[in-house]
Design a protein. Structure first.
Length: 672
């Protein structure tokens, strides 16, 4: 039975798997299969084997994966093909890695069985596998119109030679099987160039197999199966007669190539068709493809169908006598490639924002005269020509900046641009005083940037009315009362500095540990003699004076006095906190007073008071526990001791006896 089975397949070559790229394009991109011609149309890393120079068009990070199905009775079902990763570098460079375990050709040659002498081989079969599992790509943009790229492809050629022989053991004939595996590995270097003089036309060149670096070779007996090393030149052209329609063509030195087109019909949908030709095929136009793609934001999904006119050798088996490894000049296209459906998904990460506008030119109208530099904030010193390169209307702004002589870029007004429309935007500049220090004619680099947004970036619009309160209005929340504390206000700084300066002698005689306490006491004493507590001077509980206003008016209510004293203490580096009291059931008796940090370690509390109920131990913004004193700011006019005693009693009643912190009707809000 075994003998009959082998005789049945005598003289045949079985093709178990065929997964190759077409015309240098990787089947990891279904877009490349549908478009056919890829040398001048590569726009990212998924198709970089067709021309690595096109990788410079990648946005940032990119990932592509593909699956395929061979449309034959013996090779059905979808199979994982491979992955491609890409990254843009420094705006002018890009790198990519392609891992394609599915890109391989595997042949099995069944044996012709003959009877020989026992102990000698009587037959053999061979498994021949060609694969290119890895590709590396690098691209560099030399100018806006020209880029170049290099690609390295790792190729493995493997032969498993299985031999059968008959051995006689104790008068019994026994078949013995042995397998010998040989392998050749090489790196092939390809060079790609891409010239894009305009956004509608591009010309690409590809030199494949420019160099080969062989790491291991096949034995002499298997050299007939070695793939040939032959440099190939290819030229590609792409033209867009309409913004949404592209036609492309590839031609190689082997008189082969493809013609294709793609049409963006809207809503992110693109349809593609291609026709493949080769002078050695019959008919010469031997293959057709159709594809469709859909894109949204950072995801693109593509599908393609590839069909061959002549199905000879493409069904999965062929005559052994017809097999010639020299026909497999590369794995891009060969007589054994079968009909297939390809599906691919591309995802983009990182900076995936598509550019909407481009600077066509910049013209400087005049130089800068330091004596009149302020006028340049209103009078243009140059103009930039901006073009809308998107398919939608945009609003664009140009910005002008000169390092050292400007504190920030100066933006122009926004202009409205239709798709492909150009417009000149005047450039103005707000210079700083450094420009006055230029003593002689100087040339400096200026930066002109453009920022664009879709003109209709909202889905709906509703006009609402907004009430804007006055600068002194307050919503009653103690958390927002912190914003009325202004320790950097010049009037506050001047007031606190003048008081401390007038008491510098007495402060100098005190201990260093008690310095914050003594300074606070001194400020309160001076505060008491100049300010008067008034009950709601504006007849509004939601009106708060800024500290400078309180100092100028020499009076205020509890909110005004608290924020003013907090500002004075903060201006000399003393931390403060608000104590917000809202008695349950009596919101009309809500009240605010102050805590300030003496910076004193709790171990030395007796140096301030023998009564521990007069101070509080708590952690401030540094996390260290120190002694804090409560101060009732409404009685500050009576002096420091009175305001401290009143504040300590209030805190004891509210927090220690009334458990206000635990029950939530007392809050302590740090003022940082």
């Amino acid at each position: 039975m075994i003998l009959g089975h082998r005789l049945m397949f005598s003289g045949c070559l079985a093709v178990l798997a065929t997964t190759v790229a077409l015309h240098g394009q990787s089947l990891i991109s279904a877009r490349a299969v549908g478009l056919g011609a890829g040398i001048a149309t590569v726009k990212d890393t998924r198709e970089f084997p067709a021309n690595p120079a096109g990788m410079v068009n990648i946005r940032d990070w990119e990932f592509t994966t593909t699956t395929y199905s061979l449309l034959s009775a013996t090779n059905g079902g979808f199979v994982f093909h491979g992955l491609t990763f890409g990254k843009r570098l420094f705006e002018t460079e890009a790198i990519a890695l392609q891992y394609a375990p599915g890109s391989s050709l595997r042949f099995v040659a069944p044996p012709a069985l003959t009877i020989g002498t026992p102990g000698q081989p009587i037959s053999n079969d061979r498994e021949i596998e060609y694969s290119e599992p890895f590709s590396l790509g690098y691209a560099h943009r030399f100018s806006a119109a020209f880029s170049a790229g290099l690609e390295g492809r790792f190729r493995r050629e493997k032969i498993a030679d299985t031999q059968y022989r008959i051995e006689v053991r104790d008068t019994i004939t026994v078949p013995v099987v042995s397998t010998k595996t040989s392998e050749a590995t090489s790196w092939y270097l390809d060079l790609g160039l891409l010239w894009t003089p305009s956004e509608r036309f591009s010309l690409g060149f590809m030199g494949r197999n420019v160099l080969r670096f062989t790491q291991a070779d096949l034995p002499a007996e298997f050299q007939e199966f070695r793939l040939p090393y032959k440099p190939i030149a290819a030229l590609g052209v792409s033209w867009m007669p309409l913004p949404s329609f592209r036609v492309a063509a590839d031609f190689t030195s082997l008189v082969s190539g493809a013609l294709g087109h793609e049409w963006a019909i809207g809503k992110g949908v693109t349809i593609r068709n291609a026709l493949y030709f080769d002078k050695t095929e019959s008919p010469a136009f031997f293959g057709v493809s159709a594809g469709v793609g859909w894109s949204y934001e950072f995801v693109e999904i593509d599908a393609a169908y590839l069909h061959f006119m002549n199905q000879n050798k493409r069904s999965g088996s062929a005559l052994t006598s017809d097999f010639d490894s020299q026909q497999l000049i590369n794995l891009d296209l060969n007589p054994y490639t079968g009909d297939r459906i390809s599906l691919s998904i591309k995802a983009m990460f990182g900076n995936v924002r598509t550019s909407l506008a481009r600077i066509e030119s910049v013209e400087m109208l005049d130089g800068v005269y330091p004596s009149a530099y302020e006028m340049l904030a209103y009078k243009p010193l140059g103009r930039a020509r901006i073009k809308n390169i998107s398919s939608k209307p945009i609003e664009a702004k140009a910005a002008f900046f000169v390092e050292k002589y400007m504190d920030a870029p100066t933006e122009s007004r926004a202009v409205y641009l239709l798709p492909n429309e150009e417009m000149e935007i005047p450039l103005t500049a707000v210079f700083n005083d450094q420009v006055r220090k230029v003593t002689r004619v100087t040339i400096k680099d200026a930066s002109v940037t453009v920022h664009a947004t879709p003109a209709e970036h909202y889905d709906d619009r509703y006009q609402a009315r907004l009430l804007i309160h006055g600068r002194n209005d307050w919503n009653g929340d103690v958390l927002t009362l912190r914003y009325f504390v202004t320790p950097d206000d010049p009037d506050v700084l001047r007031y606190s500095r003048d008081i401390l300066l007038s008491h510098r002698d007495s402060l100098a005689n005190g201990s260093r540990e008690l310095e914050p306490f003594q300074k606070a006491k001194t400020l309160v004493g001076a505060f008491a003699g100049k300010l008067l507590y008034l009950n709601d001077p504006k007849q509004s509980a939601d009106y708060v004076q800024y500290p400078a206003e309180t100092l100028r008016l020499r009076g205020g209510d509890c909110d005004d006095m608290t924020t003013c004293f907090a500002s004075l203490l903060s201006s000399i580096g003393i931390s403060t906190a608000f104590v917000d009291v809202v008695p349950p059931g009596h919101p009309d008796k809500a009240h605010i007073y102050l805590l300030f940090d003496t910076g004193l370690d709790p171990r030395f509390g007796r140096s301030i008071s023998d009564n521990p109920k007069r101070y509080i131990i708590r952690a401030g913004k540094t996390g260290n526990e120190t002694i804090w004193l409560p101060v009732e700011t409404t009685v500050i006019p009576r002096g420091f001791e009175e305001s401290w005693s009143t504040g300590a009693q209030e805190y004891f009643d509210d927090v220690e006896i009334g458990l206000g912190l635990i029950k939530g009707w007392v809050r302590i809000v740090d003022v940082y």
